[in-house]
Design a binder for this molecule. Structure first.
Ligand SMILES: Cc1ncc(COP(=O)(O)O)c(C=O)c1O
Length: 372
């Protein structure tokens, strides 16, 4: 956020900053969604809705699981939330008792630790590197499970690494969590943005009682509309509903009406074209960074991030990102935003920018590293 703030400051002073620190698609929201949102405004669909979300939208999400995952999900288990952030808030509020721990990967999405802390829980950060494909696995979960452990929170594809968990690893983890009577929480917000042959596997496919959260932010291109969803076991639905009523009253009605158009074939075609464009960008940026000397041992399969080791001779990611921004006008995120395991040796590049901007960023990086 600090990098972003400084980048905006420099831009408003007239500097041409290449923004590779951003965590949202640069594409506009697909037009069918925007039109549905405009119509909702004009026809007065601007009142509170059911705290769980519009029945039609919960049904549309259930249909999405049927078509995309072959899963039959009862819409009474689906909660529409203010972004995946709202889903994370409900899940942690429901599950955490003082002293409870949740196993998370380090590096990982930074807000998770804070959600847990807000409800007196603790993040048990487990270091993962290239030898673990930057993801947790059964062995790591087993080794790190303690008396106070309540569950595991996974994200696939992951932020900041783009790493995808394979189905067999997901099964391993789910088996161990079940054995310990724990909870499996799966953040699937970057599902839909996978560029390899890796299948998008939902935790619900291997663990029907998993807490699965997703969002309209990334694949559906609706970051500012603040809409996501949570799928939870039927047994806890009444508690989640009460909390949703108290915390939010309901998610934005306008955004919900807009999101009904997100599952139409015409909107999905736009999203699939955008996914192709993200792949083209990744396929440009990854070899370019490696040529410059950044260390990316495994091809990131999804999201729109590349997590890279600093080139030889550069030792501190925070001073590196500051220097790159101030002297070379390229904004990237320091690894220390995402954890502590080798964090100061890593940085995160986002390719949620047009190809010509990424090309300019790469030229500047080349110059920066050469002149060091
Ligand atoms: C892994 C991950 N989870 C959750 C979120 C929250 O997203 P939102 O609240 O916009 O749905 C983000 C946002 O960047 C993220 O990267």
């Amino acid at each position: 956020m600090e990098v972003l703030r400084r980048a905006i400051e420099l831009s408003s002073d007239g500097a041409d900053i290449v923004h590779m620190a951003v965590g949202e698609p640069d594409f506009p929201t697909p037009e069918p969604i925007t039109i549905a949102g405009r119509d909702a405004l004009m026809n007065g669909s601007t009142k509170y809705t059911d705290a769980r979300g519009l029945a039609e939208l919960r049904l549309a999400v259930a249909n999405y699981y049927a078509t995309d995952y072959g899963l039959d999900v009862d819409e009474n288990r689906i909660f529409i939330t203010p972004g995946a952030s709202g889903a994370l808030l409900l899940t942690t509020a429901l599950l955490m008792e003082p002293g409870d721990e949740i196993i998370l990967s380090d590096p990982g999405y930074p807000c998770n630790r804070n959600f847990l802390a807000a409800f007196s829980g603790t993040a048990h950060m487990v270091p993962v590197g290239d030898s673990e494909n930057y993801q947790l696995n059964g062995l790591l979960v087993d080794k790190n499970w303690r008396e106070t452990t309540r569950g595991v929170l996974l994200a696939s594809p992951a932020n900041p690494t783009g790493a995808v968990i394979g189905e067999s690893v997901l099964e391993e983890i789910s088996f161990l969590v079940d054995k310990e009577n724990g909870c499996l929480i799966s953040d699937e917000i970057y599902h839909g943005l996978i560029y390899s042959d890796a299948k998008k596997v939902s935790a619900l496919q291997v663990s029907p009682d998993a807490f699965v959260l997703n969002s309209f932010s990334k694949y559906f291109g609706m970051t500012g509309w603040r809409l996501g969803w949570l799928i939870a076991p039927a047994s806890v639905a009444p508690y989640l509903e009460k909390m949703a009523q108290n915390f939010f009253i309901c998610p934005s009605s306008i955004s919900q009406h807009a999101a009904l158009a997100a599952f139409t074939p015409v909107a999905r075609d736009i999203m699939e074209a955008q996914r192709e464009e993200f792949k083209t960008r990744r396929d440009f940026l990854l070899p370019a960074l490696r040529d410059i000397g950044f260390d990316v041992p495994i091809e990131p399969e999804g999201a729109f991030y590349i997590y890279a080791g600093l080139p030889e001779g550069f030792l501190d990611s925070e001073s590196f990102t500051q220097w790159l921004l101030e002297e070379h006008h390229v904004a990237i995120a320091p690894g220390t935003d995402f954890g502590s395991h080798l964090a100061n040796r890593h940085v995160r590049f986002s390719y949620a920018q047009p190809l010509d901007r990424l090309q300019l960023g790469v030229e500047r990086l080349q110059r920066a590293i050469q002149t060091g």
